[in-house]
Design a protein around this ligand. Structure first.
Ligand code: ADP
Length: 500
């Protein structure tokens, strides 16, 4: 009898395999980093074979080390780094080029061309829900077809296949039997119509991408195929982009529920229900993970997404460049050593500012320094900046949806910082709930797969078993909050329009 669900969490820097039991306990976990390739300034690639082999080997290692029989696994769920693009030969299974990673900026010129020469900016926004950008897969596919000899012709003949990382893993795990993706991953390609739920012919034509190379698209919870592991057939029953998987893993199943992940950057996602919400504040409209099993919930739900470019990264900067402390976790100790920032504000706009400002010329600044300013004030201001930036996203989302966010589920490395979480609750004026299982991406993939094969009965059962570790309740008075926020916005003003 199946006792476990296996989540494969294929991230940007490492591949992880995590085994959950019926009570959502982590029974075993393995992870392996793999090389990041930087062939030119601004270019980022992965070897698709490394992606697969690191993922496959951690899966086998987990089973073998813990003496788990593949027959005891009810299903596999995949969560993956989004937007990263692989093109491979249908017959040989060999990639024609390295995977072009989401961070890679090489296709900025193609995006400019689509916007300025082909006037497709508003079509892209309306159809795909995205702000035109080189992050997304479409222009990366075009680059490969343009630069690999004979690639477009072969793709037109149906000899080449495109996939995001979920598609690549499913194809490899099923021995080339299944070429498919899910709605969440498709919604990050900039060639997928999130309303009609189909690839968009106008964008395919504009980028010269033949339909024949595109995968079939299904809900995230779906039996995609079967992986044969040590002779046992195990269903692959879920695929979802990492942020949408985390939204699901935080049990944000209903309209208005939101989560924020505090990692290198922050990713805030809110479930907006069955109707897509078009943002007027520079947020992205995207598809949320959902199930296709009857009665288990609607197959299509949408989400609004906003990101903070520099969050935990500002702590890394204080640690590695300013040498203010040796471990990121020490930042909390320093913040608690002072009663406030002494009027100091830090705006870590190292690479410009994202939503709701969208100012690529903004640069980082520290303002309000006096002769009395100490290192701890700056360390505290850096942590507060993470909370202020997230608060700006929350307010933008509230404006777009007309829904007040009174509660946020939180996860990610920096969510272990209690000072930061309390300040976040104070500055938003809402409750922060941090789960026991902080591996929410993997947990989301496990939920989707487990419910799809009937390992868990449905959304209610997994929600009932989801456990909260800590709740942070706002305790700051309204006058002080308003005062602090006004000064934050003044500081943001100082950082803007700086670089030329
Ligand atoms: P990612 O998945 O983006 O690599 P993680 O979720 O692993 O990120 O979180 C790592 C980030 O969180 C780093 O930028 C680190 O500086 C920051 N971080 C980790 N622990 C803390 C802490 N206790 N306080 C503040 N920041 C932290």
């Amino acid at each position: 009898m199946a006792q476990y669900v296996l989540a494969l969490d294929q991230g940007t820097t490492s591949s992880r395999a995590i085994l959950f039991d019926r009570d959502q306990n982590i029974i075993a976990m393995e992870h392996r980093e793999f090389p990041q390739l930087y062939p030119q300034e601004g270019w980022v690639e992965h070897d698709p074979m490394e992606i697969y082999s690191s993922q496959y080997s951690v899966m086998l290692e987990l089973l073998v080390k813990n003496d788990i029989s593949p027959g005891s696994i009810a299903a596999i769920g995949i969560a993956n780094q989004r937007e990263t693009t692989v093109v491979w030969d249908r017959k040989t299974g060999r990639p024609v080029y390295n995977a072009i990673v989401w961070q890679c900026r090489r296709t900025s010129g193609i995006v400019d061309d689509l916007e300025k020469k082909q006037n497709l900016g508003s079509h892209i926004k309306k159809t795909t829900g995205l702000v035109p950008d080189a992050y997304f897969s479409g222009t990366k596919i075009k680059w490969i077809l343009d630069h690999i000899e004979g690639a477009r012709e072969r793709a037109t003949k149906g000899e080449l296949l495109f996939g995001t990382v979920d598609t690549w893993l499913i194809w490899k795990l099923t021995d080339g039997a299944v070429h498919a993706t899910d709605y969440t991953n498709a919604s990050r390609t900039m060639i997928f119509d999130i309303h009609k739920l189909d690839w968009d012919d106008k964008l395919l034509e504009a980028m010269g991408i033949p339909r024949q190379m595109l995968p079939a698209v299904y809900p995230s919870g779906h039996v995609y195929g079967t992986a044969t592991i040590q002779g046992a057939a195990v269903p692959i029953a879920a695929a979802a982009g990492d942020q949408q998987a985390a939204l699901f893993g935080q049990c944000c199943f209903n309209k208005g529920e939101a989560k924020n992940t505090y990692g290198t950057g922050c990713f805030l996602l809110m479930n907006t229900g069955e109707a897509p919400c078009e943002s007027r504040n520079g947020l992205l409209t995207t598809i949320a993970a959902a199930l296709d099993s009857p009665g288990a919930g609607s197959a299509i739900q949408y989400a609004l997404e906003g990101s903070v470019f520099v969050a935990g990264a500002v702590i890394q900067w204080l640690r590695d460049e300013m040498r203010f402390f040796t471990e990121s976790s020490d930042s909390e100790y320093h913040a608690n050593k002072v009663k406030d920032t002494g009027g100091v504000y830090m705006v870590p706009a190292f690479t410009g500012l994202g939503a709701p400002y969208w100012d690529m010329y903004a640069r980082g600044c520290i303002v309000g320094i006096t002769r009395g300013t100490k290192r701890n004030h700056i360390i505290r201001a850096a942590q507060e900046s993470i909370a202020y930036q997230s608060m700006d996203l929350v307010r933008a989302m509230e404006k777009d949806t007309g829904t007040k966010i009174s509660q946020l589920k939180v996860d990610g490395g920096a969510s272990s910082n209690k000072f930061l979480m309390q300040f976040q609750a104070d500055i938003i004026g809402g409750i922060m709930r941090r789960p026991v299982i902080r591996e929410t991406t993997a947990l989301g993939a496990a939920y989707l797969a487990g419910i799809t094969v009937g390992f868990w009965r449905g959304l209610d059962e997994v929600r009932d078993k989801w456990q909260c570790d800590m709740t942070f309740t706002p305790s700051m008075d309204e006058t002080r909050r308003t005062e602090l926020i006004a000064l934050w916005h003044k500081a943001v003003g100082r950082s803007r329009d700086w670089a030329c």
